[in-house]
Design a protein around this ligand. Structure first.
Ligand code: AMP
Ligand code: ZN
Length: 113
């Protein structure tokens, strides 16, 4: 298994975990783009948004609920934050295990593209 996020999930690669349960793991991004930059991943390996189906996508609502909880725990719920998924080359995806970036702690760039 060459997937870096699967290796983080199974403990082969260390990470600074901020949240974990049976379905998802959240950890600090190694190369943060904002004062708060957390990566939230499903424990199931799904390569990208292109591989989502009605059967495997249920975790996504859980990701958003947990992201809101993390934001509150870190004190950025009132100031605001952004949740981002990059898909494929043009979307800027570099790790092909679907993930959501939770970004905040500063006024983020308004321009999305
Ligand atoms: P993306 O470009 O959307 O695929 O995002 C991949 C993210 O994973 C980037 O923000 C990287 O900085 C982050 N990343 C890559 N390797 C690690 C790692 N070992 N620990 C934490 N974050 C990582
Ligand atoms: Zn994986």
């Amino acid at each position: 298994m060459e997937c870096v996020f699967c290796k983080i999930i199974n403990g082969e690669i260390p990470s600074k975990k901020v949240y974990e349960d049976d379905r998802i793991l959240a950890f600090n991004d190694i190369s943060p783009m904002a004062p708060t930059h957390i990566v939230i991943v499903p424990k199931e390996h799904i390569a990208s948004a292109n591989e989502l189906t009605e059967e495997n996508a249920e975790f996504i609502s859980h990701v958003f609920v947990v992201a809101a909880k993390i934001a509150k725990d870190l004190g950025i719920d009132e100031s605001g934050y952004r949740i981002v998924n990059n898909c494929g080359a043009d979307g800027g995806q570099t790790v092909y295990h679907i993930h959501f970036h939770l970004l905040g702690g500063k006024k983020l760039a308004v321009n999305l593209a």
